[in-house]
Design a binder for this molecule. Structure first.
Ligand code: AHG
Length: 335
């Protein structure tokens, strides 16, 4: 543990200096996301006082009930990124189409952002942890023109940076630029994210598995066998229903998170672009693994659609390998 406070801003500027050719744009973008996270955090913390709890009543494009705070977080993040000057476009879980951002002060940004502004929204009105997830790609279209869908439909292996903010008992921002994973806890007394978890390494195994066991009978046989195995091994079941929170615990204590296909969600429920790729990148950077329940590496899946869903198993490397062995042994799908 370092003996003096290092703020998120200091840390990302220091990291930029390690790359002599860096222009500072990514640094600026990460800092702007940090600012947006503080604004969202402020609202999450006082949500109960502001009557922004509870559903607006409408449904988002995936059929989930939209909560007021989701909308607020979405708007705030878009606003911060729009004013940042470092972001050429946004794809958000809450918006059907991507949002092109006009250049600020004549400057053409080379980055686009994918995000789930407030993941785990069903937890909001019962005061349980929620999170923000983001991923940053270098755009591939002509930087002098408006962004295209292809800028967002990039594989997870193309991510330049990814992170999440967990609004929990304390607020923590965890991110990677592909050189390890670091965590910053918000010190509310000074309003700064301060380096609290350096070079996070996921344990090779853990004592927890995380899955919505209520859907057990709707899972394929190989997944049921693997879950039985977790139970036989006396792993504890931990499932918050907010992926950021479940992954955060696994990152520190080890374990495996699963969201397989069910009859309701034949391709899985979670979104490749907004949830699985950014969190998969972080987990891999911390030494873990992230695969689909059909054993593809998540980060290598070619996205075809902005809101594509995917099955997922991610966490401690030895536990993901173990789950893989069960799929290989019991799957009835040829291949
Ligand atoms: P939402 O943001 O719509 O509440 O979805 C949350 C996601 C993810 O964070 C969580 O792991 C999963 O959906 C929970 O889904 P189930 O309720 O189906 O288990």
């Amino acid at each position: 543990m370092q003996n003096r406070i290092i703020t998120l801003d200091e840390f990302i500027i220091h990291r930029q200096k390690e790359h002599p050719v860096a222009t500072g744009e990514l640094t600026g973008l990460l800092r702007d996301i940090g600012v947006a996270a503080k604004i969202v955090n402020r609202e999450v913390n006082k949500a109960g006082l502001l009557n922004i709890l509870g559903a607006v009543g409408s449904e988002n494009l995936h059929g989930d009930t939209v909560q007021k705070l989701d909308l607020y977080a979405n708007e705030k993040l878009i606003e911060c990124l729009r004013n940042s000057g470092e972001c050429a476009g946004i794809a958000s879980e809450e918006n059907e189409e991507f949002i092109p951002i006009p250049s600020v002060a004549g400057k053409d940004s080379k980055y686009v952002v994918v995000m789930d502004p407030l993941d785990g929204s069903s937890n909001i009105d019962v005061n349980v942890s929620v999170g923000t997830i983001f991923g940053i790609y270098r755009r591939i279209s002509d930087p002098n023109k408006v962004v295209t869908k292809e800028d967002f439909l990039q594989k997870g292996t193309d991510l330049v940076a990814a992170g999440y903010v967990l609004y929990g008992t304390s607020t923590i921002l965890v991110y990677t630029t592909g050189k390890g994973v670091n965590g910053f806890t918000l010190d509310p007394t000074i309003g700064e994210f301060c380096l609290s978890h350096q070079n996070i390494q996921i344990p090779k195994r853990g004592n927890f598995y995380s899955v919505n066991q209520g859907y057990y009978l709707k899972f394929d046989v190989e997944m049921r066998r693997y879950i039985d195995h977790c139970s036989d091994e006396n792993y504890g079941l931990r499932y918050i229903g907010s992926m950021v929170s479940d992954i955060h615990r696994i990152l520190f204590q080890g374990g495996i998170f699963l969201y397989p296909n069910t009859r309701k969600y034949p391709h899985g429920k979670l979104r490749l672009l907004y949830e699985c790729n950014p969190l998969g990148f972080i987990v891999e950077q911390a030494g873990g693994k992230a695969i689909s329940c059909y054993l593809e590496r998540i980060l290598e899946i070619e996205p075809k659609d902005l809101h594509q869903r995917v099955t997922v198993a991610l966490g401690s490397p030895e536990m993901v390998d173990e789950m893989k062995a069960f799929v290989e042994k019991y799957s009835t799908i040829p291949g």
